[in-house]
Structures are given as structure tokens and as C-alpha cells.
Ligand binder design. Structure first.
Ligand SMILES: *[C@@H]1O[C@H](CO)[C@@H](O)[C@H](O)[C@H]1NC(C)=O
Ligand SMILES: *[C@@H]1O[C@H](CO)[C@@H](O)[C@H](O)[C@H]1NC(C)=O
Length: 335
């Protein structure tokens, strides 16, 4: 776009200088215009050609011999700040003089071209030359960040969507951004969408429930690829921290704890320690122990430490009185 502005500026300057110089230059100006229409040349070259690379044989394409180029002091006139091309009058060729970066010259605009004139004197001739600059896949898709982080609850609903960062590729057409790829994983699939301006973005969609206890953290990669040859790509790492939901119950490490206690054991005698664990985290995994209510009132004979699961004698046990059998059954709860 900047290039187009330049071009218009230059036209204005020519017209102004024609007017300022009076009648004769105005005549010359019109004469030039006539010639301009006759011998237009146009070349297509890839961007980023090496300095000195031949763009075309201007002498041949304009039907001029080398002598005429010399006697006419053939040269390039341009309104651009950068002299991208050079005329080799001894060979009649046009060569690359400065690095031509299509992205710098035209940005997103296609096709991309710039124009200048070849000027000869005695008699004066002016030949416009247009150089079309073709895109080369010299840019990879890039993400602004190298790392994305998500915190997602393991209770997140299926089909939940998480929008991912978009990549940019300065190249155009096939050489521009084509697609996104997410590293294979069990939980998320990738959906790619097209914005109204044609740019593409992707989101992760939850397709299998997350389970913090099975996998507390997922490390994924989002890859953006272009359609050039060779293909170029950019990558962003995605870390998903899975937040806990209270989806697990405490589990005892044994289904039965057996212990013996002697008759008349004093109050406070330790009997056994029970042990349960809960794989949920934080307060979801905290455990307190207590006895289930028992009809026979056996639980009254013992104390359980709510925090440690240690079971003690609570009051003197008299088997003859309390129970004919010497076996006591207790149910313990963990919450
Ligand atoms: C509870 O049991 C587990 C597995 O049997 C063991 O690793 C852990 O150390 C026990 N906890 C206590 C407090 O003894
Ligand atoms: C269960 O935990 C208790 C208390 O920590 C311990 O004494 C016992 O050995 C554990 N049992 C097993 C099977 O690990």
C-alpha cells in the first residue's frame, strides 16, 4: 500500500514540474506520455533474489541496441526511495540492486509490483517498466507467545471450548497460514474456524472428560503450518492444569482391621490404627474418621481419633457383661 502512495506522488510531481516550466516542457511531457503507451515492459521475479541477478534484457525487450543505450545515456528514473534495480547499459540488462522483500514492499496486497521508467536522451524516450514481485515462502507462521496455559476443572462439561492463540504468516496465498494441528491426545480435539477477514483460528474442544487423579497436567503443542514448499511451521506449547473436583471417596487400605485387646485394659490403651486415603486434592482429599452408629452401643467402648484413625479403649471392657463372644465388630467411616 505504501508503494501505491509513492506512485501517486510521483505522478503529481511530474505534472507540477511540467506546469512550472511553461509551454515547452508541457509539450515534452505530452510527447513522453505517447511514448509511454507504446513500449511498456513487465517482468515477474521472485522476491529475495541475490543482488546482481538478471531480471531481464531490457535492450532486447525494447528493441534498442546497445549503442543507442549508450548514446542516449539510458538510466532509471524512479520515485522510490530504494533503487531496487540497476540498468547495466553495457549489456542492456536490468539486474537486482537491492534486496526485494515482498512483505516489506506490499504487505498483504497482491499482486505486488513496482514501476519505474527507463529514460533515454537525444531524442528523449521514456519506457515504463513494471516489476511484479512473486511471493516466496520466506516466512513461517508465528505465534506471539511461545507458551499458553489453561486451568480447567476436571468436572468441565464435554464440548467445552477453549480458544487458542492465532498465528500470523507474512507470506500470501499458499505460502500463508493454512492450518492448525494439535498433538494427538485423548481429551481434546481441534476445531479450526475462519474469521470474516479470512484469517484462521483454532479452539480445543473437550471430547473426553478430564481426570485430575489420572493425569493432573497435560502438555500439548499447537502447530500452525503454511502451504509452501518446503512447508514452514510455528509451534506454541499448551499446558493444561487440571483443577480438582471432589469426585473420589476415601478408601481404606484394608477392608478389615483385626486387633485384640485384653480384658480390663485401661482407658486410653491403643488398639489399632485405621488408614484411609482420598486421591482428591486440597480440602477434597482431607479425611476425618468416625464410627458408624451401632445398635449394640459397642462404639461407646472405644474412641477414634478423628484425624489419625487411632482407636483407643474408651472405658473398661467387661466381656462377661458386655458380650458373650469375645469378638467385637466396629464399623468405621471416613469422610
Ligand atoms: C496408610 O496406608 C498406606 C498404604 O497402605 C501407606 O502408604 C501409608 O503410609 C499409611 N498411612 C499412615 C498414616 O500410616
Ligand atoms: C494400612 O494402614 C495401617 C495404618 O497406617 C498400617 O498399619 C497397615 O500396615 C496398612 N495396611 C496395608 C495393607 O498396607
Amino acid at each position: 500500500m505504501a508503494f501505491k502512495e509513492h506512485h501517486r506522488d510521483r505522478g503529481v510531481r511530474w505534472r507540477l514540474s511540467g506546469r512550472l516550466r511553461g509551454a515547452l516542457p508541457l509539450f515534452i511531457f505530452q510527447f513522453i506520455c505517447l511514448n509511454q503507451a507504446e513500449a511498456q515492459i513487465r517482468y515477474s521475479i521472485p522476491e529475495e533474489m541475490k543482488k546482481g541477478s538478471v531480471i531481464g534484457n531490457v535492450a532486447q525487450d525494447l528493441g534498442l541496441d546497445l549503442k543507442r543505450l549508450r548514446s542516449g545515456r539510458a538510466r532509471i528514473v524512479t520515485g522510490e526511495n530504494i533503487q531496487y534495480t540497476e540498468l547495466k547499459a553495457d549489456k542492456g540488462t536490468l539486474v537486482v540492486n537491492e534486496r526485494i522483500d515482498r512483505e516489506e514492499l506490499c504487505g498483504d496486497v497482491t499482486p505486488c509490483s513496482f514501476t519505474f521508467e527507463i529514460l533515454l536522451e537525444k531524442p528523449m524516450e521514456l519506457h515504463p517498466v513494471t516489476i511484479e514481485v512473486l511471493d516466496v515462502n520466506d516466512n513461517a507462521p508465528t505465534f506471539q507467545n511461545s507458551h499458553l496455559e489453561f486451568e480447567i476443572s476436571e468436572s468441565a462439561a464435554l464440548s467445552s471450548r477453549f480458544v487458542l492463540e492465532s498465528a500470523d504468516d507474512a507470506d500470501v496465498g499458499e505460502n500463508g497460514l493454512q492450518n492448525y494441528i494439535l498433538t494427538p491426545n485423548d481429551n481434546f480435539i481441534l476445531k479450526t474456524h475462519v474469521n470474516p477477514d479470512g484469517s484462521k483460528y483454532a479452539e480445543m474442544v473437550l471430547q473426553k472428560p478430564l481426570d485430575r487423579e489420572a493425569q493432573p497436567r497435560l502438555s500439548l503443542k499447537l502447530i500452525a503450518v503454511d502451504g509452501g514448499n518446503p512447508q514452514r511451521s510455528g509451534t506454541v506449547n499448551i499446558d493444561v492444569n487440571i483443577l480438582d473436583a471432589n469426585d473420589n471417596s476415601p478408601l481404606f487400605n484394608q477392608s478389615v482391621y483385626k486387633a485384640t485387646v485384653i480384658e480390663n485394659a485401661p482407658k486410653g490403651t491403643p488398639i489399632v490404627t485405621v488408614n484411609a486415603s482420598d486421591i482428591d486434592s486440597g480440602s477434597n482429599g482431607q479425611i476425618t474418621y468416625s464410627f458408624s452408629k451401632s445398635k449394640a452401643g459397642i462404639a461407646d467402648l472405644f474412641d477414634i481419633d478423628e484425624a489419625t484413625g487411632n482407636i483407643y479403649v474408651a472405658k473398661e471392657i467387661d466381656f462377661e457383661k458386655d458380650k458373650k463372644s469375645s469378638e467385637l465388630k466396629l464399623k468405621i467411616k471416613a469422610d
